[in-house]
Design a protein around this ligand. Structure first.
Ligand code: G3H
Length: 331
């Protein structure tokens, strides 16, 4: 089994994004229709990743810290309250106990963002004030994206006004399922325009797109329409982030970068709850896209419970014992 032999370069205090924003381009239908995905080859490659790559024990804590810095710490529940969001934000600012960081020789760190529904933006912005951690809001009739189009655009505007610096939109899956690439492009263009300065993550809901070829094409169309990030899932589909889907999406990101010079970010989301899984995703990104993408301006995990497991693993490295998972609620 190959091991990644290096520590991640600088765990925290990562330089702020200097990346020029993807402006998008005209819809290139030939390119979209050329995009294919060979399911069996992709599944084979994804299946061998965990066996081929492992992070050397000495560097595991640093890689787990890197994973934390890339988490969009998320709560998307009908019973969210300002109190729960404030507790989540406290965790976002101090995701790992100071004594553990000291023992592991890790500097202070925070998560990448806090991700909430519209009504929870204000309490999140208040709780994160002065921390530099952005609030991301899910939008456009999340999770199904089937509310009237003008309302979906208005929702984006309201969330930006409320202080969200990142907007996670859901695409209309039917546009993909019917091959209406122009319709998807136009929709995404308008979502991007409504976001203004806020960065836009396009949620493809890959578990509902039918084929990996559709995932590849939808990824390209959203990037052509100006997505800053492409994101797998809402977390509410029956199949959410997977390694094969990720391989398809990050190869689309690589193709887009090679053709345009613009780096688009990647966010796997939904069902990523184990520290070990987060290391597999980081290894995949490192192999396919390189180190530049292993920073929070270009990579995020959408996750509600991953942080808790990472903290348990870090604690285990210090104390030799695992604590009960209930001690790591909220994250
Ligand atoms: O975008 C984030 C997802 O909704 C979180 O999903 P999860 O609760 O399965 O971690």
């Amino acid at each position: 089994m190959a091991e990644t032999t290096e520590a991640p370069r600088s765990v925290t205090h990562l330089p702020q994004a200097m990346e020029p924003r993807n402006p998008g381009m005209a819809l290139d239908m030939d390119w979209v229709l050329r995009a294919r995905a060979n399911r069996s080859a992709i599944e084979r490659r994804a299946a061998t990743l965990p066996g081929r790559r492992s992070v050397k024990k000495d560097f595991q804590a640093a890689w787990l810290a890197r994973a934390i810095s890339c988490i969009d710490l998320t709560t998307l529940s009908g019973d969210d309250t300002p109190g729960r969001v404030a507790r989540l934000c406290a965790k976002a600012k101090r995701p790992v106990r100071a004594d553990l960081l000291d023992a592991l020789g890790l500097p202070d760190l925070t998560v990448g963002a806090v991700c909430v529904y519209h009504d929870m933006i204000a309490p999140a912005v208040a709780a994160l004030d002065g921390s530099g951690i952005p609030v991301a809001a899910v939008s456009t009739g999340f999770p199904a994206g089937l509310s009237p189009f003008p309302l979906r655009l208005a929702e984006i505007g309201e969330s930006v006004k409320a202080g969200a610096r990142e907007i996670d939109i859901v695409i209309s899956r039917r546009l993909v399922l019917t091959g209406d690439w122009q319709g998807l492009y136009d929709e995404m263009r308008q979502f991007r325009a409504a976001c203004g300065e806020a960065h836009v993550k396009a949620i493809l809901a890959t578990g509902e797109l039918g084929t990996l070829q559709n995932v590849a094409r939808a990824s390209l169309v959203c990037m052509m329409a100006g997505a800053d990030f492409i994101k797998t899932s809402t977390g509410k589909e029956s199949v959410n982030a997977t390694l094969p889907v990720s391989l398809v999406m990050i190869r689309a990101i690589r193709d887009y970068y090679e053709a345009t010079g613009y780096r688009v970010g990647y966010k796997p989301a939904g069902g990523i709850s184990k520290a070990k899984d987060s290391l597999n995703y980081l290894a995949l990104i490192k192999e396919e896209l390189g180190d530049r993408w292993l920073r929070p301006d270009l990579f995020r995990f959408g996750a509600s419970s991953l942080l808790g497991d990472i903290e348990r693993q870090l604690e285990h490295r210090v104390t030799g014992a695992y604590s009960a998972s209930w001690r790591h609620a909220l994250g």
